[in-house]
Design a binder for this molecule. Structure first.
Ligand SMILES: [Zn+2]
Ligand SMILES: [Zn+2]
Length: 355
């Protein structure tokens, strides 16, 4: 089964995960369910992937990959069109949440997921509060239509923990000068510092998504991993989800550099040189790294202003916001002109006093 919809056990309506209530909700009969109730009521659906015999999964996934060109909605039969990486979305016709389960199977199945904690309304409110403080925004930006595009998306990340065994050698120099009698004395001391040790690094997040704005995915971090749960397909119900496009091999260089930087900072920080460090050498003797594939929740909004597409994201767990806002050129110009006038006025007043 390649396409999955989670159905209400009472009325067969579509179920959607609600962040604030932490439950699964049916809009048709207003029933709410917890995770195990949904599992029990949807025993024929996606999570059977893990319960079914292994050979079955592989065949299913392979078949799916071969036929992964079109999917049809389990509710209305309409064709579902998505980007290659999209794993959960909404049917364009009947608006029911659908999950393309095959895209998150086998090596693409996430280890863990952080469920949304911030609801869409709350995300919109945070975004409006942020905009309210920006005076250069074009007036039309803050209309309700802008916020219609706010979408909850699960993006792929890796969380890397590492143990580094390393050593460092540094040299430093201090100079002391004093006068006694008719002589000036200068004392130069050379120091050699040796450091050796283990370093535990935890929770480095790196985006496993290639398309779109990688900065967006970087700057909404950090996420609190301690609130994560084992991955279950049903959390995606009502949201969009993207599978990873980059693997460990693609990201290893970036992570290794980050780990080296962290180790270097730690070693340097431990040297109380009392003067300038003149040389520093570090050697990593061993590096043990552990990678976990996560889906992180983001509220994403796009806005088209004068032909340029602006993208914003709000961390769906903490509410941290990142994005570039459009600037109304006319407003900017007026403000600049006003401040230029203010400066001129200040000069005139000052000139008046001086005369
Ligand atoms: Zn129902
Ligand atoms: Zn449909």
């Amino acid at each position: 089964m390649a396409v999955v919809s989670y159905k209400c056990p009472n009325c067969d309506g579509p179920l959607v995960f609600r962040p604030r209530e932490n439950d699964f909700y049916c809009d048709f009969c207003q029933s709410r369910f917890n995770k195990s109730e949904v599992e029990a009521g949807n025993s024929g659906a996606a999570e059977t992937v893990s319960a079914a015999p292994k050979t079955q999964i592989t065949e299913d996934a392979e078949l799916f990959e071969k036929e992964a060109v079109t999917y049809s909605c389990p509710s209305c039969g309409a064709e579902i069109i998505t980007a290659e990486s999209t794993a959960a979305t909404q049917c364009y016709y009947c608006h029911n949440p659908v999950i393309l389960s095959g895209k998150l199977s086998r090596e693409f199945r996430p280890d863990r997921l952080i469920p949304f904690a911030i609801s869409k309304d709350e995300a919109i409110k945070r975004f409006k509060d942020f905009c309210a403080k920006k005076r250069m925004l074009p007036k039309e930006f803050l209309t309700e239509g802008t916020f219609e595009s706010v979408t909850g998306v699960y993006y792929p990340y890796y969380i890397v923990d590492a143990k580094i065994f390393g050593q460092a050698t540094a040299k430093s120099k201090t100079t002391r000068t004093w006068i006694a009698g008719n002589f000036q004395y200068t004392e130069i001391s050379d120091y050699r510092h040796e450091r050796k040790g283990d370093l535990d690094v935890e929770g480095i997040a790196v985006s496993a998504y290639k398309d779109g704005d990688r900065n967006l995915l970087k700057y909404v971090c950090p996420f609190d991993e301690s609130k994560s749960v084992d991955f279950a397909m049903m959390y995606l119900s009502g949201f969009q989800a993207e599978k990873r496009q980059l693997g460990k091999a693609d990201l290893y260089g970036e992570i290794e550099k980050k780990l080296r930087d962290i180790a270097e900072n730690q070693f340097k920080g431990s040297i109380n040189a009392g003067g300038a460090i003149t040389s520093f050498e570090m050697k990593i003797n061993d590096l043990k790294d552990h990678w976990e594939y996560f889906l992180f929740p983001l509220w994403v909004m796009t806005y088209n202003y004068r032909g340029k597409l602006y993208r914003y994201a709000i961390n769906g767990q903490t509410g941290k916001l990142y994005g570039e806002l459009p600037v109304d050129k006319l407003k900017l110009f007026t403000t600049a002109a006003v401040s230029a006038l203010a400066v001129l006025a200040a000069i005139l007043i000052y000139g008046g006093f001086a005369a």
